[in-house]
Design a protein around this ligand. Structure first.
Ligand SMILES: [Zn+2]
Length: 294
């Protein structure tokens, strides 16, 4: 009988989450630690050793830019430079393999199975240490010519804000205001150093006016960035995921209000929704990608 099983593999900086799927259902899932020593050369062998058997395909979701030909253009968190891990994976395991960016994988999963289910065109925005994103248009993940389609974290919102130096080398990028680290940075600027984004959003929701002003500033930046993205790709809906989005409806409503302030009038009515798949999204999306692109 034809093998319809696919591995979805979400390679994070500390843990690799692996799922075995069949017809889109998860049969089993497990994780292995990410060994970043020695330039991350043990990561793939560790994954392959944990696999229970052959499969029709696999995909690796990785925290870095991935070109459309599956070349990884650096994953700092894994210790990888420019490399072609799918080829190595297939050579050792015998399983056909693809590679995609982890936010793109989550975007595909949320569009098919999660917060964007029922829509063909979705902008997914993941709020974590940075601001990642992915674009699904007409049911297909679009990665762009260089694998960076939808990377709204580096939209330049305020090039003159020298306090908002970004890891990318520019100044005033969206993720300096709206990521978990960006929100903590804004709170420190307002006189509340050392707080996590969760502590800040929780305190704001509980009525702390000064921290609510911080959250409002973050959501204003995010709504503005999403409005710019929607002017370009015009998705049916936007899905917010990642750790910060766990703050839920309080946070979502503020982002929606900011979007409505900045959006081009013809884009008004675009609803911003919350992701529903949590930390499984990357693994699920990788399995879907493996099925889509055998
Ligand atoms: Zn940047």
């Amino acid at each position: 009988m034809e093998n319809k099983r696919y591995y979805g593999i979400d390679v994070g900086g500390t843990t690799v989450k692996i799922g075995l799927t069949e017809n889109g259902a998860v049969l089993d899932k497990w994780s292995v630690p990410t060994d970043t020593s020695d330039g991350g050369r043990n990561i793939l062998p560790d994954i392959i050793r944990s696999l229970p058997g052959p499969a029709a395909g696999a995909a690796l979701a990785v925290p870095g830019a991935v070109l459309p030909d599956d070349t990884v253009n650096r994953c700092v968190n894994l210790g990888w430079g420019v490399c072609r891990p799918a080829e190595e994976f297939t050579a050792v395991s015998g399983i056909p393999c693809r590679v995609l960016n982890d936010a793109n994988a989550a975007a595909l999963a949320e569009q098919r199975l999660g917060g964007g289910k029922g829509f063909e065109s979705v902008l997914f925005v993941a709020l974590g240490t940075g601001v990642g994103a992915g674009v699904v248009l007409d049911g297909r993940l679009r990665v762009g010519a260089r694998g960076t389609a939808g990377e709204i974290g580096h939209l330049c919102l305020d090039p003159l804000d020298t306090a908002a130096a970004c890891t990318c080398g520019h100044t005033g990028c969206l993720e300096q205001y709206a990521s978990a680290t960006g929100i903590s940075r804004l709170a420190a600027q307002a006189g509340y150093p050392g707080l996590t984004s969760k502590q800040i959003v929780d305190a704001a929701a509980a009525g702390d006016g000064k921290l609510e002003a911080v959250v409002d500033r973050a959501c204003d930046a995010l709504g503005r960035g999403i409005a710019s993205a929607c002017a370009i790709i015009d998705p049916e809906t936007v899905v917010l995921g990642g750790g910060v989005a766990l703050a839920g409806e309080y946070f979502r409503a503020k982002v929606q209000a900011a979007f409505d302030r900045y959006a081009f009038h013809a884009c008004l009515g675009t609803e911003i929704r919350l992701a529903t798949l949590g930390s499984d999204a990357g693994m699920l999306g990788a399995a879907l990608y493996a099925m889509d692109r055998p």
